[in-house]
Design a protein around this ligand. Structure first.
Ligand code: LLP
Length: 439
C-alpha cells in the first residue's frame, strides 16, 4: 500500500503503458477498452464506476495460464468481496471460475449469478448458524473452518441436517505478509484461522468427527502481497503440516492457498503471476492434492476506474485543492489505508503539471484521494479517472453524507452498457420508518 512512497510517481505515459486497457484518442482523450471515458460521463454522469470486461476476462485467462505453464490446474474461486457485481460474477462463471464467499449475502449473489453451489467455497471467521445451515442446504462445495469452535458448531448442524459438511481447515501459518497492517491476516495476532501449533490436534479431531468430511487445509495470509518470500514461507509451512498429518495417517486431498496476490498501483515492483504460480508449484505442487485458490484483487483491480469530475479548484495560501464529485464514501481505500491510486485527466493536458491535493466533498479531513499529486491544470467540469479501482471499490462504498451509490458501466470490445443505475435519492431512506407515536 503506501509502503512504497519512496517509489517515484509514474508519469501519465508510464501509467498507460502498464495498463493495456487504457488508451488515448487524440480528440476524445482517455479511453478504456477503446471507449472514450468522456462518452461514458456524457451518457451516465459522474461519478461512476467503469469496468473493462475484456480486461477481467484476459486476467482470468492469464491467471489460469500461469499455473498451467507450471503443470498446475487449481480450481479458481473468485473472491466475491473484491467486486460482487452480478455481471462480474457471470463473466467469471463463464470463464470457468467458482466463487469464494464470506457471507450469506455473497452466497446468494454467487448463486444468483448462476454459479453452481459445488463451485463455491465459504470462508470467514464468524459464519453464523444460519449461514452454516444455508451452506449445507445449498450443497456448497467447501467450507473453510477457521476454529475448533466453529468445527464443533458445523458438525452439529451437519448431523442435524443429515448432510456431511465438506471441510478444509484454515490454518494461520504466522507469516508476515509485509502488507498494510489492516489487510494482513496470517499473523498469530490476527483473528483468522487455526494456530499452526494447534492445527494437527484440530485436524485429528475433525477427521473423526461425525458430520464432517475432512478434505484438507486452507490458508490466506493477507492481501496486496508484493513479496514472494511471504507466499513461499506460508506454502512451506502448510506443505510441512500436510506431510506431518499424512505421517500420522490422516488423509488430505485438498489445499486451498487463498488469495492475496498484489497489483502494482504506482509502478512498484510486485510478484508477477508467473513467479507466484512457480512458487506454488515448487512448494505445494508435489503434495499430490487438488489445489484451490481465491484471488480477488489481481483479477479485477486494474480493470476498473472511478470516473469523477472536478467540482472546483480551491486555492488557499500554499495549497491547491482539486475538489472532485467523488468522495471517500465511494472509494474508501485512500482514506482507510492511505492507499495510492493513480489518476489521469481524461482530456489531453493543457499546461505543465503542478502539485495538488485531490479531495472529495465529504465532511471529513480523511476524504482525500491524494496529497501533493502532480497533475496538469484542471478546471471545473474536467474529468479525472482514478485508476485500479475495480477491486475493493464499489463494494466498500457507503451512502455517508446521503450520497447515493454510483452507477456502474461495463465496457467490452468497444461497446458499453449501464449495469447498475445511480441509486435514486428516495432509495436512501426507503427502508426507514418513523415510529407511529411520533404522530
Ligand atoms: N480469501 C480470503 C479468505 C480473503 O480474506 C481474501 C481477502 C481473499 C481471499 C482475496 O484476497 P485478494 O486476492 O483480493 O487479495 N479491502 C482491502 C482488502 C481486504 C482483503 C480481505 N480478504 C483493500 O481494499 O485493500
Amino acid at each position: 500500500m503506501d509502503a512504497m512512497v519512496s517509489v517515484p510517481e509514474p508519469d501519465p505515459a508510464e501509467l498507460r503503458a502498464t495498463r493495456p486497457h487504457l488508451g488515448i484518442d487524440p480528440v476524445a482523450g482517455l479511453t478504456l477498452e477503446d471507449v472514450p471515458l468522456a462518452a461514458i460521463a456524457r451518457s451516465f454522469g459522474t461519478p461512476a464506476w467503469v469496468y473493462g470486461a475484456g480486461t477481467m476476462r484476459a486476467r482470468a485467462r492469464a491467471f489460469r495460464a500461469a499455473f498451467a505453464a507450471c503443470g498446475l490446474a487449481p480450481d479458481i474461486h473468485f473472491a466475491v468481496k473484491a467486486n460482487d457485481h452480478q455481471a462480474v460474477l457471470r463473466l467469471f462463471a463463464a470463464e470457468g471460475l467458482g466463487a469464494d464467499v464470506v457471507s450469506g449475502g455473497e452466497l446468494a449473489r454467487a448463486r444468483a449469478a448462476g454459479m453452481a453451489a459445488t463451485d463455491i467455497v465459504f470462508s470467514g471467521v464468524g459464519k453464523t448458524v444460519a449461514e452454516l445451515d444455508r451452506a449445507l442446504a445449498e450443497g456448497v462445495g467447501q467450507i473453510n473452518v477457521e476454529s475448533a469452535e466453529e468445527l464443533e458448531m458445523l458438525a452439529a448442524r451437519a448431523r442435524a441436517a443429515g448432510r456431511p459438511a465438506p471441510v478444509v481447515l484454515r490454518v494461520n501459518p504466522d507469516v508476515d505478509a509485509a502488507t498494510h497492517a489492516k489487510i494482513t491476516t496470517g499473523r498469530a495476532e490476527n483473528k483468522f484461522g487455526i494456530a499452526l501449533a494447534e492445527a494437527e490436534t484440530v485436524y485429528a479431531r475433525a477427521a473423526r468427527l461425525e458430520g464432517i468430511t475432512l478434505r484438507g487445509l486452507a490458508f490466506h495470509i493477507g492481501s496486496q502481497i508484493t513479496d514472494l518470500a511471504a507466499f513461499r514461507a506460508a506454502c512451506t509451512r502448510i506443505a510441512d503440516l500436510a506431510r506431518a498429518l499424512r505421517g500420522r495417517g490422516l488423509a488430505l486431498d485438498t489445499v486451498d492457498f487463498g488469495g492475496g496476490l498484489g497489483i502494482s498501483y504506482r509502478g512498484e515492483a510486485v510478484v508477477g503471476v508467473d513467479a507466484y504460480a512457480g512458487a506454488i508449484a515448487a512448494t505445494l505442487g508435489g503434495l499430490g492434492v487438488r489445489l484451490k485458490t481465491e484471488p480477488g484483487r489481481w483479477l479485477v483491480g486494474p480493470a476498473g476506474v472511478l470516473l469523477a469530475a472536478v467540482v472546483l479548484v480551491k486555492e488557499t495560501p500554499g495549497r491547491r485543492f482539486v475538489v472532485l464529485d467523488a468522495a471517500m464514501n465511494d472509494l474508501l481505500r485512500p482514506a482507510l489505508y492511505e492507499a495510492w491510486h493513480a489518476m489521469l485527466p481524461v482530456a489531453p493536458a493543457r499546461g505543465p503539471a503542478g502539485p495538488v491535493d485531490v479531495v472529495g466533498p465529504v465532511c471529513e479531513s480523511a476524504d482525500r484521494f491524494a496529497v501533493g499529486r502532480m497533475l496538469p491544470p484542471l478546471g471545473p467540469g474536467a474529468l479525472v479517472a482514478i485508476l485500479d479501482a475495480g477491486a475493493y471499490g464499489a463494494v466498500m462504498s457507503s451512502t455517508y453524507n446521503s450520497r447515493p451509490l454510483l452507477p456502474v458501466v461495463m465496457i467490452e470490445r468497444g461497446r458499453f452498457a449501464l449495469v447498475r443505475a445511480r441509486q435514486p435519492e428516495e432509495a436512501l431512506w426507503a427502508g426507514e420508518r418513523v415510529p407511529e407515536w411520533f404522530g
